[in-house]
Design a protein around this ligand. Structure first.
Ligand SMILES: Cc1cc2nc3c(=O)[nH]c(=O)nc-3n(C[C@H](O)[C@H](O)[C@H](O)COP(=O)(O)OP(=O)(O)OC[C@H]3O[C@@H](n4cnc5c(N)ncnc54)[C@H](O)[C@@H]3O)c2cc1C
Ligand code: SF4
Ligand code: SF4
Length: 433
């Protein structure tokens, strides 16, 4: 094989919990894995969550040991802050890929993660990890529990003042760094690029973007997490501790008007989880859920729902007509109450949380496959046969986790390991091993 190509058994695209789990299992079985992640850190959404349903275990406590193991695994090479330019299927068990490692403007071998550059930087921009509820600097470590814990310079917002260079004790800042392209040959490909959140501004009746006190459930998970933006749950407009909170379910799910009739599967459960966490964090608060159906199918899920009711959470069956901000920042919710004869009612809340659905994130990656066409369903999730939920239409390319459709963490982990077994079978069949 030409020296132009570095060789690996499997290319895994996306280092959320699906990609991490698959890389660890493949690595443990002696296979060489190339794990490519577009953000500076591994972990995906799981690293951003507070606790997980239905056990209320700390999400970071489960995720971080796996994040560290994958980064330091002898059989796993991680390229973070990198993007896939193209993948060409040359033959069975022979894929050629081009990957661009974006410049971080920080020499990671020298960066100790001390954050002195961050403290010196005068530029503050919105922090995407905290879902824009706080600022970050132009040179920054992705988040407190990032792995690897290294800085990157956000060059678009940098004013080149040089303060970070002066502050760095190891002279790690390097504005001359350039993008590097890497060519690899792999025997199989595993897609684990996960999901995006439904863009709630596409449902203007729910008021997202019109009132600061209407937030998404991902923002609430951040407010409840140990690495949260503030040290309590507060509403964005004035920092008031909310006494009355409404959850509006199925935003962007089971909704023909946005082209998504699918149930997002996890929104009922994460809302029930957050209700319990809020009742623990703010004992005087009242938490109301406005739902179409409670879909609590899964081991321990129904009990978890009943537990929320026992703790004092209120559940109202009925659709939302509209929400509107009042002068004092409270949010008026107009809804139907099906259990009260379908009466139309109005109630004001300090804070409204939208249980946004899951949306495919495949758009950015589907086009990199140059001579094969990866099939997706009408919504955009990677298509897999019912009897083999990790197999794509292209032999040798497998998929696991939320890239194939909404699912929770345990199902994601099961799929990651199923995909590993199929990668191994494919490699052994086509490689004559
Ligand atoms: C508000 C909320 C609360 C939740 N709470 C729970 C809970 O309590 N319990 C539970 O079981 N589940 C929960 N979930 C679901 C959980 O987040 C998912 O099951 C899990 O994150 C799926 O993991 P994944 O690896 O498939 O995807 P992701 O977590 O989305 O990871 C995908 C990774 O791929 C990377 N990537 C994407 N595109 C590319 C590309 N082109 N190139 C390279 N890398 C790329 C991303 O940066 C990311 O790191 C919750 C979800 C939400 C939205
Ligand atoms: S770049 Fe330098 S100052 Fe910034 S975290 Fe790394 S070692 Fe510390
Ligand atoms: S050079 Fe850029 S990243 Fe460094 S401190 Fe100045 S603005 Fe921040």
């Amino acid at each position: 094989m030409s020296k132009d190509y570095d060789e690996y058994d499997t290319l895994i695209i996306g280092a959320g919990i699906a990609g991490i789990e698959a890389a660890l299992t493949l690595g443990d079985s002696g296979r060489n894995v190339l794990l490519v992640e577009e953000s500076p850190t591994v972990g995906g959404k799981m690293a951003q969550l507070s606790k997980v349903f239905p056990t209320l275990d700390c999400s970071a406590c489960i995720a971080t040991p796996k994040m560290a193991s994958v980064v330091y695994h002898p059989n796993v090479t991680l390229l973070s802050y990198s993007s896939i330019d193209e993948v060409i299927k040359q033959d069975e068990a022979d894929f050629r890929a081009k990957i661009t490692m974006k410049p971080k403007y920080v020499e990671w071998d020298d960066c100790t993660g001390c954050s002195l550059c961050e403290m010196a930087c005068p530029v503050i921009v919105s922090d995407e990890y905290q879902y824009h509820m706080r600022g970050r600097k132009a040179v920054y470590i992705a988040f407190d529990i990032a792995v690897p814990k290294k800085s990157v310079v956000d060059i678009e917002n940098c004013i080149f003042c040089g303060a970070c260079e002066k502050a760095c004790p190891t002279s790690a800042i390097n504005f001359l760094q350039k993008a590097v392209t890497k060519k690899v040959r792999v025997k199989s490909v595993l897609l684990t690029t996960g999901f995006e959140l439904f863009d709630a501004t596409l449902k203007p009746d729910f008021g997202y973007g019109q009132s600061k006190n209407i937030i998404t459930a991902m923002q609430m998970d951040r407010l409840l997490a140990p690495t949260r933006p503030y040290n309590t749950v507060q509403r964005p407009s004035d920092g008031k501790e909310p006494g009355k909170i409404a959850y509006l379910y199925c935003v962007g799910s089971r909704d023909k008007t946005v082209g998504n009739e699918l149930c997002s599967q996890i929104c009922c459960m994460y809302s029930i989880k957050q209700s319990q966490l809020i009742l623990g964090a703010l004992p005087l608060a009242d938490v109301f859920s406005f739902y179409i159906d409670i879909r609590a199918q899964g081991k321990g899920f129904e009990e978890f729902y009943q537990q929320a009711k026992d703790m004092g959470a209120f559940f109202i069956k009925g659709r939302i007509m509209y929400v509107d901000e009042e002068e004092n920042g409270d949010v008026l919710v107009k809804y139907e109450d099906i259990d009260d004869g379908g009466k139309i009612k109005e109630e004001a809340f300090d804070l409204v949380v939208l249980a946004v659905g899951l949306w495919p994130s495949i758009a950015g990656i589907a086009n990199v496959f140059k001579n094969v066409q990866l099939e997706t369903d009408e919504i955009g999730w990677v298509e897999c046969p019912l009897c083999n939920p990790v197999e794509t239409n292209v032999p040798g390319i497998f998929a696991a986790g939320c890239v194939t459709g909404p699912k929770d963490i345990p199902d994601t982990i099961v799929e990651a390991n199923a995909a590993v077994s199929q990668c191994l079978a494919y490699i052994e069949t086509h490689n004559g091993e």
